[in-house]
Design a binder for this molecule. Structure first.
Ligand code: FAD
Ligand code: EPU
Length: 296
């Protein structure tokens, strides 16, 4: 008889959020990995936050008190993604594989998302994208869990704009409907190569992508570079020498290091910079202003 598979303990578990974020910083929280509607109902009975791939998050060293709800494997539909231009996919489906599969099937519309290490739910919540295209180009509808039940909501109602949506707090996207455009693998690959070329100056070291949104008509990376801040370091957090808007974790960075670096950048650039990252566990008043320090 083969050994019984180890029990998968779905929830709750105490975890370090540093292990679930691409920047690799952040303290503990109670993680609820959900696989179905009943799990969602159970997990969302107390205050919670929704975690995608953790690629746009700065989590405080003290972690967060709320539950952290993450969609499990049953919401990852990459395996079943075929060659249909219109498709419903689970919100835990990772973008990188999806972009590749769509290209292989000769379906266009996702090329601008190349290189974004998100899952579909997080990409919809942030309207992830580049100047070559964003998720709102192909997103038509979502299924979301809110107030204890599932709803279908048209993408038009999500208020998607540059790195932003108007999802109500606590609304958890479970599935998304995308409409792609039939093209050819060659044409899609040509566009992917263009997007890839535009990303070549970005660092490979651990980060959460661009820290700040671009101000209208300018680039935060250019402003940070022009202020001479590339290479500026606090503890193990550094302004990337490759791209000024990336803060990289050299290994043991803490959220306090990163927060102090954000504050120094804002002060020294001399123009208002709004963070693109979502900040978890920080004092909201500090987040809005210049003095971003960890609350504990
Ligand atoms: P998370 O970071 O886990 O969460 C982000 C927000 O979305 C949180 O508020 C969270 O609560 C919410 N959320 C997550 N899942 C759900 C859900 N299922 N339902 C409701 N809300 C949810 N971004 C770009 O736009 N363009 C880029 O070119 C880009 N390049 C990047 C490069 C690198 C190397 C890295 C590390 C990041 C980059 N990013 C980029 C940032 C990031 O990938 C995007 O913001 C992405 O949309 C975040 O998705 P996520 O799944 O990681 O969400
Ligand atoms: N620049 C500098 N110095 C730098 C960085 C950039 O002078 O250190 C200059 C570049 O030379 C270029 C201009 O600023 O003239 C724009 O730079 P880039 O093409 O790198 O684009 P960006 O505006 O810095 C945006 C997105 C990225 C996305 C790229 C590619 C934002 C905040 N950033 O970067 O998104 O990958 O375009 O399309 O919108 C993210 O959101 O996390 C992210 C990485």
């Amino acid at each position: 008889m083969p050994d019984a598979a180890p029990e998968v303990r779905r929830y709750p578990q105490r975890v370090k959020l540093s292990s679930l974020t691409t920047l690799g910083v952040g303290g503990e929280a109670e993680l609820w990995t959900v696989e179905n509607e009943a799990d969602l109902a159970e997990a969302t009975r107390k205050p919670y936050r929704v975690l995608g791939a953790g690629s746009n998050l700065l989590v405080a060293d003290a972690g967060v008190e709320e539950r952290v709800v993450k969609l499990g494997r049953s919401f990852n539909d990459l395996g079943s993604f075929g060659a249909t231009p219109e498709v419903w996919l689970g919100a835990a489906t990772p973008l990188p594989g999806l972009v590749r599969r769509a290209a292989a099937a000769g379906l266009s519309g996702l090329e601008g998302l190349l290189g974004i290490p998100a899952v579909l739910g997080g990409a919809a919540a942030m309207n992830a994208g580049t100047r070559f295209g964003e998720l709102s180009d192909t997103l038509r509808e979502v299924e979301l869990f809110a107030n204890g039940r599932l709803h279908r909501v048209s993408a038009d109602a999500l208020g998607l704009s540059y790195r932003r949506s108007t999802l109500p707090p606590g609304a958890l996207i479970t599935r998304v409907r995308l409409e792609l455009t039939p093209s050819s693998p060659e044409r899609v690959r040509t566009k992917l190569a263009q997007v890839d070329a535009a990303r070549r100056g970005q660092p490979k070291t651990k980060s959460a992508g661009c820290a700040f949104k671009n101000p209208a008509g300018d680039s935060a990376g250019r402003l940070i570079d022009a202020a001479g801040l590339k290479g500026l370091q606090v503890g193990q957090a550094r302004v990337s020498p490759e791209h000024g808007n990336f803060i990289v974790n050299l290994g043991g960075a803490t959220a306090a290091d990163v927060a102090a670096l954000l504050t120094q950048i804002r002060t020294r650039v001399g123009a208002p910079l709004e963070t693109e990252w979502e900040l978890w566990g920080f004092d909201p008043a500090q987040v809005a202003g210049q003095e971003l320090t960890c609350s504990v």
